[in-house]
Design a protein around this ligand. Sequence first.
Ligand SMILES: *Cc1c(COP(=O)(O)O)cnc(C)c1O
Length: 371
Amino acid sequence: MSIIPYGRQYIDDDDVRAVVEALRSDYLTTGPRIDGFETSVREFCGAAHGVAVMNGTAALHAAMFALNIGPGDEVIVPPMTFAASANCVLYQGGAPVFCDVDPATLLIDPASAEARITERTKAIIGVDYAGQPCDWPRLREIADRHGLALVADGCHALGATLDGRPVGGLADMTVFSFHPVKHVTTGEGGMVVTDDAGLAARLRLFRNHGITTDARTRDTAGAWFYEMTELGYNYRMTDIQAALGESQMRKLPGFLRRRREIAAVYDERFAGTAVRPLKVRSGAVHAYHLYVVRLDGRDEVYRKLREAGIHAQVHYIPVHLHPYYRERLGTGEGLCPAAEAAYREILSLPMFPALTDENLDYVIRTLLEVA
Ligand SMILES: *Cc1c(COP(=O)(O)O)cnc(C)c1O
């Protein structure tokens, strides 16, 4: 029996052709395909600027740089996320401060975020967990009142909307990842989208060593001169990756349709059973990077599913419980009770566009037997 993972990429012949064309073109990196991919993503989510980088973690790091986060600064972040959402603050020498999540959705709890604001707080990072948008209007109101920036970790939520507004335009900057399990893939890849030209300029500087121009711009201008004005990194994406990304973006509407179709089947079959899906907020159109349920005896269920060839996953160990954070920041149990309670019960079920109806039915039947 073949294994059913919780997520995986979908690559077809168009994608392969696009990559081969990029390989035969003049630019393997920093070429026109970067502009093309950035345009396809920023237009999809209605943002003015898109800055492609080598992965979602680099995009988060770049966002922290663009906001001038440094030693002495605090950034509020929920723990129900991948560690990179908090690590990016540490990369810049700042301190992540964990706040709790709403138990029904596992999205950042705005009241808990506000309660953890100090005079050192500079920003709030909201994570659009599983693929539904946070309560961004409420977060905006809090951020405005305290003079804070808002960053969306939208790595789960490309294609989601809130009250008709797409993820990508709900915070000051929104970060996407193009890892193979995400909605569209470039192998490894990431992007920050923003409406703010000043932030976009700093993001571009940061991905290219803090140097004021890139090689293609100099080439076109016939000028050798460049200067480094900030300490940046080489976080550039290749044109090979961007070509794949642009090709994948054309399939995104279909990918989203299939993910929502799968979610609707799960919802219907789990109604009134011991398998409890997370709540979807009113006004939210979910992008379903993950389909997360809560159940009693999660570890036992996980094991039985695995024996049946179904590789579910747990998203996530709350970040403040990782040994590194316990040791470095002294965090531990009791800091974010709702996230900690959810952690014992959550399981991410198979959710990817190529999941067949047959396999979907098998997953549901097996789960209802063992839950
Ligand atoms: C995938 C992911 C990231 C990191 O993205 P990479 O491209 O793997 O570096 C960050 N935050 C969240 C919530 C993610 O799911």
